[in-house]
Design a protein around this ligand. Sequence first.
Ligand SMILES: Nc1ncnc2c1ncn2[C@@H]1O[C@H](COP(=O)(O)OP(=O)(O)OP(=O)(O)O)[C@@H](O)[C@H]1O
Length: 379
Amino acid sequence: MTAITLDRLSKSFGRQSAVHDVDLQIPDGAFVVLLGPSGCGKTTTLRMLAGLEEPTAGRIRFGDRIVADGDTGASVPASKRGLGMVFQSYALWPHMRVRDNIGWPLKVAGWGAADRDARVAEVLAMLELDGLADRFPAELSGGQQQRVAIARTVAPKPGVLLFDEPLSNLDARLRLDTRAELVKVHRLSGATSVYVTHDQVEALAMATHIAVMRDGAVEQFGTPAELLDRPATAFVASFLGSPAKVLLRGEVGRGRLFCGVVPLANVPGVPDGTQLDAMYAPDSLSVGPEGLLEFEVLESTPVAGRWITTGLAGTHRLSIVTDRAHLPGEATRLQPPERPDAIFAADGARLDSGGAAVGQASATTVGPASAAPLVEATR
Ligand SMILES: Nc1ncnc2c1ncn2[C@@H]1O[C@H](COP(=O)(O)OP(=O)(O)OP(=O)(O)O)[C@@H](O)[C@H]1O
C-alpha cells in the first residue's frame, strides 16, 4: 500500500529552478502521468521519486515514510525505497537467459529458489513471455526485450513503479501494444505508478490521474475526464484533447468581449481593453456562410466518421470537429455557440467558478471588479 505525497517539492540546479513547490497526493494504486512540454520538470520530478536526484526543498513520502526531505537533507537510498523503474532504453544482461534476467533481482533480494521460480513463471505469463524464457536478449526483438525489462522490474513486487518515457524508442504499432501491456502490468501488480510522457494521447489512454506540468510547476492534477471537462487554465485547455479546446482571444469593450468585431460574451464590470480568452468545445462551433468569423481551411483529417478540420480564424489557428471534409484553402465562416464554456484571463487563470456553462448567472463570475459581474451570452 503505497500512496505517494509530494509536499512543496522543489529542485534547483545551481540558479536554474527545474521544479518548484509541487504538491501532489497520489492515491495508492493510481497510475499517474506527469505530462507537459519539454523542459517542464517531469523527468526531474520522477528522478527525485526514484532517489536519483535529491530535492533542494520539500518532501516526498511513500505511504507514511519520508523518503526524501530537501529541508533536512535526509534521504532513503533508491534501493531501499521499494520501487522499480522502467527507462526508455533498457539494459538486459546479455549473457543471461530471459528467465535469469528476470530472476536475478529476486536472487539479490534474497528470495528462496522455489519462490523465485514461481514468481518468474508468474511474471513470464503476465507479459506473455513464456515461450521466450530460455532465449538470450540478442535473440529477441526490441519490443520483446522491452517486455523482459518490464518483467524484471515488476518481479520483486515493488510498491511503486516509475516509467520514464518507456515507449519512445518503439515504432507506432509496438507503442500501442506495449501501452496496453503496461496498463495490464500496472493493474496486475497493484503498484502505484508514475509515468512521464509529453504525449497527451498516451497520457489520456493510460492514466487514472494526470498532473499537467509547465515551467516546473503543476498546472492541474485530476482524472483525465476532470481535466478535459474542466481545465483550470488556458494552458491545460489548449494542451489536452484531440483536438484541444478552441480558445478565442478577445478584448473587452463596454462590458462585452469581442473577437475583432464579433461579440463572444457579455462581461459586465470588466475594464475596457482587458484581454480574455473564450473557450469552446471543438465540436461546438459550426461552419457555414452564416458564421460570424472568417475561417480559412488548412486541412481536414477523417476521424471515426467525422473530420478534424484545422484552419485560421483571423490570427487564431484552431482545430474543430466537422461533419464533412473541407478542402484546403476553402474560405468559409465559423459560428461559435452563444456562450463560451469558460473564460480565461490573459495570464491563463480561469475566471468563471462553477461547473456550469459560462453565462449561467447562478454559477459564473468573471473579472476583477468587486461586484462579481456575470459573464453572459451576447446573443
Ligand atoms: N542536471 C541538470 N543540470 C542543470 N539543469 C538541468 C539538469 N536537469 C534538468 N535541468 C533543467 O531543468 C529543467 C527541467 O528539466 P526536465 O528534464 O525535468 O524536463 P522534462 O519535462 O523532463 O523535459 P523532457 O520532456 O525534454 O525530458 C530544464 O530547464 C532542464 O534544462
